[in-house]
Design a protein. Sequence first.
Length: 139
Amino acid sequence: MRVLLADASRLELLSEGDRLLLLHAFDRLAPELQTTMRSGVQRLIHGSPHRQNVLLADGEPRFIDFETVCVGPIEWDLAHLGPEVAVDYGEALNSRLERACRDMTSVKTAAWCWADANRGDLRDHAEFHLAQVRRRFAG
């Protein structure tokens, strides 16, 4: 992720100021996530369970698109979904870790979507997540 953010030529549609903001947010979040994730409960997680990766089958949610499956904290998966999902999760969560995961999810989604912003609706996602990062890290 940092390699992508450091290479302005791969993010041509993103302003220099916004690229540097994403890079700053990444550099601030990465050490915090590494430290907090090591101390938390690790389990098998989907890695990117956004709404397009969850289908309803027989009234139950079913994950699809398993290319990002990994081991990590449940807070990482919950960060890809609306805050109401975390509230209804039913287990105690690390709220600081959840916030950091939400922030990093926006950083990575903004970067990946800006790298390919002319394809489909990726520019909409890029702009949405960049706005989230601006709210949390600008100023």
